[in-house]
Every structure is written in structure tokens, then in C-alpha cells.
Design a protein around this ligand. Structure first.
Ligand SMILES: Cc1ncc(COP(=O)(O)O)c(C=O)c1O
Length: 376
């Protein structure tokens, strides 16, 4: 394995300690408050965070959950999706998008993605609509909004709800408006590495529909609105009080962090423009939140080895599309069904991107990439 200057500092793929350091006092105080009032499950900090996050999304309601997966599961239940129903979605995503569909006994119906953005290709969606279709669920992958207007047009034509998987896209904008309220419901994740990350698991369901929000609150708490009286079979999907307190502190920084992510992405664009890499593009309608900065190259595995040998953190999002996962073998898809998604899985490589990434670190990542291509 070849290494550039051995003494060069490592660039971690993700640096959560660097994010925590300047916030530490505020976080400690917020956690101490939760300990003092012993509000461990939901509680006042979660209630406040729900209000603040709804405002951030420009939504009427946000309901806090113990994960993004739970929020998306409840979205399917709220839409009365169940056995033998179909939901059209993307194979290029984290598997939890499809879990929500599977948990209610419905079938994920995959449609290939757009080569430029890796998001659901609206031109292919309508052909997948059948009499059993109950919803369309795009993902704002890597923080780049899906092309929502044509998807909403198909939804209106066929009287279908749109559910946004916004797990990676806090604050991303579609045609100038923050994502999360374009569909009937949307699900966000606050997994620690997300643009807005808890110090544990967390998620939120966002909607403008008061009745759905009320039912979501009941479903996340054992199907009850009055203690020990259960209106329907529910779940223990509550957000922990400590996560609400931490997220409340971090939300205040999110706009600044998103601006930094975008600035860093543009630095990468500039510095990598003349390399053989295929760089992420931002569609005209989009302001990406750059949860990830994913480049593409046919020799992805070799490039990854070179980066790792030079202590540059990198990752694969995602190495195997969902239609080819073992857990979905029963759906009957095969290699070649979704060529764009399959090529993306073979060629994608995620570079370090986070608000705390320094100019020196960006330069170092670029230097190592340039060195790889200079070797031919
Ligand atoms: C696209 C997508 N959907 C859903 C999820 C599920 O969120 P969580 O990990 O909070 O359950 C994630 C996060 O990992 C995700 O990236």
C-alpha cells in the first residue's frame, strides 16, 4: 500500500468530539436539568424540542420518537397502509426506509434513481403505480431533496399520499422551502452522525395534520392518551428526555452548521473539479444539506484503499441497493433491474464532511485523492 507523507495528520470520516467541545457546557447544563427533574421519557425538554423543530421545518406539528425508523413506521400506520399494499420507493437508501413499509406488512416497490442526484427518478415512478399502490416514499438522499413537484403531481393524479424520508435532510430546501412538509408526513432521524444528531437514538414525525399528529403521539405511547387506557395496539416509541434536552441545544446551531457543510461541499467542488471523479451535483431546485459528500469512480475500491492507507476516513453509502439485499430476496428482484442504483452502489465513495472540517483537512483529502490519480 502506498502512503504519502507518513507524518501527515489523519482526517477522520466523522468528528463528533470536535462538535461537542464548544457545546459541552450548554449540553451538560441541559442534561443536568433533565436529571434534576427526572423527566427521562418525553418530558418538558422533549415538548419544547418538538415545538422548536416544527418551527424549524415550517410545520404545524412535530412528534418526537425514539428513532427515525419508528417515526417512518408510524407514518405508514397513520396512512392505514397494511398487508398486500404497495409503497413506491427507492432502492438507493439506508434499509430503514423499507423497514417502515415491511413492518406494516406492505411491499416496497422499487423504482430506479436519477443518475445525477441518486434520488427517485420521477419519470419512472408513474409506471410503477398499480391498484395496490398506497403511497410514494422518496428519500432526500445525502441531504439532497428529491424532485418533489413531479412526484406530487403523480400523487395528486392517483390520489396517493407522499411520505418524505427526510432522515438525512434537516434544513435542506426544495425550491427555497425547507423539506418536511411537502408530503402528508415526513420522518427525520437524529442518529448521532446525522446533521442534527442526538446523544443516542432519536427521530421525529413532521406533519401539518393535527389529527395525524395526535394519533402519532398516542401510538408512540402504547396507544394511549390517558394512562393505562389503551385505544389501540401501540408501541413504546417515546423519545428520551435527555435526547430532547441535547437536541434543543444543538438545533440552535443547525442553520450555521448547514451553511458550513455547504461551504465545505463547494470547496470540494472547486478543488476536485479537474480530477476524474464524478462529483455530486446540486439540482437547480435544490439546496442540499450535504449530510454526505459522495463522489463516484469506477475504481472506487482502490481509491478507498489509498485514502485509508493515508489515514483519510471514508465510507460507502450504500454498497448494496435494497432490491439485492438478502432480507428482500422474497421480492423477486435481480441484478440489472435498477442499473443506475446498482452502478451508484459500485462507484460511490463518501468523503469526510462536517462543519468542523478545517481548510487544512480539506486540502489533505484533496491531496491524497490527487496523488491516487497521479499514480495512474
Ligand atoms: C435514509 C434513512 N432513513 C431512515 C433512517 C432511520 O433512522 P434511525 O437510524 O434514526 O432509525 C436513516 C438513518 O439511519 C436514514 O439514513
Amino acid at each position: 500500500m502506498t502512503t504519502l507523507a507518513k507524518a501527515a495528520p489523519a482526517v477522520p470520516y466523522l468528528d463528533l468530539p470536535a462538535q461537542m467541545r464548544p457545546l459541552r457546557k450548554e449540553i451538560d447544563a441541559a442534561i443536568a436539568r433533565t436529571l434534576d427533574n427526572c423527566s427521562f421519557c418525553l418530558g418538558p425538554d422533549v415538548v419544547q424540542f418538538e415545538k422548536d423543530f416544527a418551527r424549524f421545518c415550517g410545520a404545524e406539528h412535530s412528534v418526537a420518537f425514539n428513532s427515525g425508523t419508528s417515526a417512518l413506521h408510524i407514518a405508514m400506520l397513520l396512512l392505514e397502509i397494511g398487508r398486500d399494499d404497495e409503497v413506491i420507493t427507492t432502492p438507493s437508501t439506508f434499509v430503514a426506509t423499507s423497514w417502515a413499509i415491511s413492518y406494516v406488512g406492505a411491499k416496497p416497490v422499487y423504482v430506479d434513481v436519477d443518475d445525477a442526484t441518486f434520488n427517485l427518478d420521477p419519470a419512472l415512478v408513474e409506471k410503477a403505480v398499480t391498484a395496490r399502490t398506497r403511497a410514494i416514499m422518496p428519500v432526500h438522499l445525502y441531504g439532497h431533496p428529491a424532485d418533489l413537484d413531479p412526484l406530487l403531481q403523480i400523487c395528486r393524479k392517483h390520489n396517493l399520499p407522499l411520505v418524505e424520508d427526510a432522515a438525512q435532510a434537516h434544513g435542506a430546501k426544495y425550491k427555497g422551502k425547507v423539506v418536511g412538509t411537502f408530503g402528508a408526513l415526513s420522518g427525520f432521524s437524529f442518529y448521532p452522525g446525522k446533521n442534527l444528531g442526538a446523544y443516542g437514538e432519536g427521530g421525529a414525525l413532521v406533519t401539518n395534520d393535527a389529527a395525524m399528529a395526535a394519533r402519532a403521539r398516542s401510538l408512540r405511547e402504547h396507544g394511549s392518551t390517558r394512562r393505562y387506557y389503551h385505544d389501540e395496539v401501540g408501541f413504546n416509541y417515546r423519545m428520551e428526555g435527555i435526547q430532547g434536552a441535547v437536541l434543543g441545544v444543538k438545533l440552535k446551531h443547525l442553520d450555521k452548521w448547514t451553511r458550513e457543510r455547504r461551504r465545505i461541499a463547494h470547496r470540494y467542488h472547486e478543488l476536485l473539479a479537474d480530477t476524474p471523479l464524478q462529483l455530486p451535483v446540486e439540482a437547480k431546485y435544490a439546496e442540499s444539506a450535504y449530510h454526505l459528500y459522495v463522489v463516484r469512480h469506477p475504481q472506487r475500491d482502490e481509491l478507498k484503499k489509498h485514502l485509508e492507507a493515508n489515514k483519510i476516513g471514508c465510507a460507502l453509502h450504500y454498497p448494496l441497493p435494497l432490491h439485492l439485499q438478502k432480507c428482500y430476496a422474497n421480492l423477486g428482484y435481480k441484478g440489472g433491474d435498477f442499473p443506475v442504483a446498482e452502478k451508484a452502489a459500485r462507484e460511490c465513495l463518501s468523503l469526510p464532511i462536517y462543519p468542523e472540517l478545517t481548510e487544512d483537512q480539506i486540502q489533505r483529502v484533496v491531496e491524497v485523492i490527487r496523488d491516487y490519480f497521479a499514480r495512474g
